[in-house]
Design a protein. Structure first.
Length: 368
């Protein structure tokens, strides 16, 4: 082959590394000949998909020969009525990751910059680099976003600011007073993306009412997902709420059929299933307390989290502990790619799954 296809690619994409997901259960079973593997690596809902969503998904199978409604009328109408926004403010995505990528495509180019925090979700730098834009990374404060440091990095080239609340992979969060103070300091032509993928798990009185903030800050975009608390990670459904002009721009580049017929049907059913959501929250709270108690017992430092995961620090480099846990049939997430080589991110599972991890962790920490 004489053509160097990599050299023909967008300069930003040439240097990109693909997103590395959590290790699949089937892959570990094949590699080590294991069964009964526990996966606590990808922040999935341990309850499985809600029965209401499964029924809606099955019923939608009769329409698989039809293209989806490109405008997502039914799902957007449900969300708009429930959240108190207009349908024109909503953009549907193939997961909220899709919407984050759309924001980069719309607002970033080689002459612009975007700001995010040191331990921000890895998708943000990917979106920025893919657009050929400059990434400006603010040092973290107590593992979370230092909003003053982020504001100081904004200049006349800045088009986007990414904030995850709660943050992944650290689980830290920002209150409404801090966020409003930051928004007041941001120029109105800089779009602030508030990624709330884990918001349904948060039980903090001071957590921001981001939807109310949309009316006060036209440059605010709020993204959410059905992959976590609603148990539909495999279907990839997310959405953004924004000023209608921003939504219009996003919809100009959004693939017209980016969310499938059964995915939209299942998402609508899950969204109406308040009992399932409440159970998800209860299981998560109990599981968080279970893991925290174990880390305290073992003397392992951890980052207090309001999400459905906890990031814990190992006594040394985390990779040998990660590998040892794999050999015991437990998958967690090493996060050296975030510049946290001693940490493992542990998704909160069912009580028995958490206990399986705790028992395995005690074994791998025990002196040889």
């Amino acid at each position: 082959m004489t053509c160097d296809f990599i050299a023909q690619a967008n300069e930003g994409i040439q240097g990109l590394q693909p997103y590395q997901p959590g290790k699949p259960i089937e892959e570990l079973e094949r590699e080590l000949g294991l069964s009964d593997v526990v996966k606590l690596a990808s922040n999935e809902n341990p309850l499985g998909a809600p029965g209401s969503a499964l029924s809606a998904y099955a019923a939608a199978a009769a329409q698989l020969h039809l293209y989806p409604d490109a405008g997502g009328f039914a799902l957007k109408s449900l969300l708009a009525e429930s959240l108190g926004v207009e349908s024109a403010q909503l953009t549907l995505g193939n997961g909220s990751n899709d919407v984050l990528d759309l924001l980069g495509r719309v607002f970033l180019d080689a002459e612009s910059s975007a700001v995010f925090s040191q331990y921000a979700f890895i998708v943000y730098p990917i979106a920025v680099q893919a657009a050929g834009a400059q990434a400006r990374i603010a040092p973290a404060k107590d593992w979370g976003d230092d909003l003053d440091a982020m504001a100081a990095l904004i200049d006349n080239t800045t088009r986007l600011v990414f904030i995850a609340n709660p943050n992944n992979p650290t689980g830290t969060w920002l209150d409404e007073q801090a966020l409003r103070g930051f928004m007041a300091a941001v120029p109105e032509n800089v779009v602030v993306v508030l990624d709330e993928a884990y918001c349904e798990y948060v039980d903090e009185a001071a957590y921001p009412d981001s939807i109310a903030m949309l009316a006060d800050y036209p440059n605010l975009v709020v993204t959410r997902t059905f992959s976590k608390a609603y148990g539909l990670a495999g279907l990839r459904v997310g959405y953004a709420m924004s000023h209608p002009d921003i939504a219009d721009l996003l919809n100009r580049v959004r693939a017209p059929f980016n969310v499938s017929v059964p995915a939209m049907a299942a998402a609508a059913a899950a969204y109406r299933d308040h009992e399932y959501l409440q159970q998800s929250r209860q299981v998560n709270t109990a599981g968080r307390e279970q893991l925290v108690a174990a880390f305290d017992e073992l003397g392992l430092p951890y980052i207090p989290s309001v999400g459905n995961f906890i990031t814990v620090e190992m006594p040394s480099d985390a990779m040998p502990y990660y590998q040892a846990l794999l050999e015991k049939g437990v998958i967690v997430r090493p996060i050296g790619v975030y510049g946290m080589p001693r940490h493992l991110r542990v998704s909160i599972g069912l009580e028995q799954e958490n206990q399986r991890f705790i028992s395995a962790l005690k074994e791998v920490l025990a002196p040889a």
